[in-house]
Design a protein around this ligand. Structure first.
Ligand code: SF4
Length: 329
């Protein structure tokens, strides 16, 4: 059958002071109903642009340069705000980071959850309030707490309210934009666990955007690593952690502090993070890559199937070539 979501050769450019900067370059992947994928990368990697494009929430200075996004096989008008309106929240919704800014401080939270039910689902005020109480319970907040104003709730509770709002119109896809970044470690784990539970309970497809590879295992089964606007590796969480194939992924995994092994210090990856204004030629990672070869500075490695996932690295492309030669000898 047709996948729920297909991102096909998507490129997005930002116009900035008369210059056009390519934020994402030829991003392709598919997501099935109920699947959960983490989009991992540093700032400038294009993970947020990819996710906002899918939700039709690109900023006004963004332009789709090539490619398209299909939902249940139909092309989405991602660069047309008005045309996306019927889709947004009802089919694809977003949990934004920083609930304090996203919630309205002067309205009780139950009202903020009920509102989309009235606007989008055409419910009466009474029906919407009943639905909002259900949603509060669903995200682990006693329904009576819905009378609270945002500032009366903890950060974790506010983030749960954001999740309830994202679920209000029964979407098939939920995008979490660094949904736990502002929270302490314990609350962060609880929220990720909740997302994982809601995903299986409601058969949601989940796209988790994060810079932190250590949080993905809690609620995702697939990982896509982005670097400088391109997917450089993807695969299942288990495979990526057990056997990362891209040098960048390897460094990301090595930089995760691991209290069990006594490694508590984050070892940052040497060199500057990707910069849209000045993307290196060839493999954009070549100036930071411990395995870089001459070809890496000139040729962009293509994202090829490798094992059960995909990887974009000349190391593996040359290996594959050698393997082919060996097989013919
Ligand atoms: Fe490193 Fe070259 Fe692979 Fe890029 S293509 S990750 S520079 S080895």
């Amino acid at each position: 059958g047709v996948p729920l979501l297909e991102v096909d050769g998507l490129s997005v450019d930002y116009g900035l002071k008369g210059v056009s900067l390519r934020a994402i370059d030829g991003v392709s992947f598919a997501l099935g109903a109920g699947q959960a994928v983490a989009l991992v990368g540093e700032s400038g990697s294009g993970k947020t642009t990819t996710a906002m494009a899918i939700a039709g929430l690109l900023s006004p200075n963004a332009r789709v340069g090539s490619g398209e996004v299909r939902y249940r096989g139909n092309r989405l008008p991602i660069d047309d705000d008005a045309a996306m309106r019927p889709h947004r929240w009802s089919e694809t919704s977003v949990i934004f980071q920083g609930a304090m800014n996203a919630l309205n401080p002067v309205h009780r939270v139950i009202k903020q959850i009920a509102e989309p039910c009235m606007l989008k689902l055409g419910m009466s005020c009474g029906e919407a309030t009943a639905r909002a109480r259900e949603l509060l319970e669903l995200v682990g907040i006693p329904a009576d707490r819905g009378a609270a104003y945002p500032h009366e709730l903890s950060g974790g509770m506010r983030q749960r309210v954001m999740i309830a709002m994202a679920l209000a119109c029964r979407p098939s896809i939920v995008i979490g934009d660094e949904p736990t970044t502002a929270l302490d470690v314990i609350t962060q784990a609880q929220i990720l666990k909740l997302l994982g539970e809601l995903r299986s309970q409601l058969n949601l497809a989940l796209i988790l955007i994060t810079h932190d590879l250590s949080v993905v295992a809690e609620c995702c089964d697939h990982v896509m690593i982005m670097y400088s606007g391109r997917i450089v590796e993807d695969g299942t969480v288990a495979e990526i952690f057990a056997k990362p194939n891209h040098p960048y992924t390897r460094l990301l995994i090595e930089s995760i502090p691991n209290p069990a092994s006594g490694k508590r210090i984050i070892r940052p990856i040497p060199g500057d993070p990707p910069n849209l204004m000045n993307r290196p030629s060839g493999c954009a990672f070549h100036r930071r890559c411990p395995s870089a070869m001459a070809v890496c500075a000139t040729e962009v490695p293509s994202l090829d199937t490798f094992g059960l996932g995909r990887v974009a690295c000349h190391l593996h492309q040359s290996l594959t070539q050698e393997d082919k030669v060996a097989a013919h000898a």
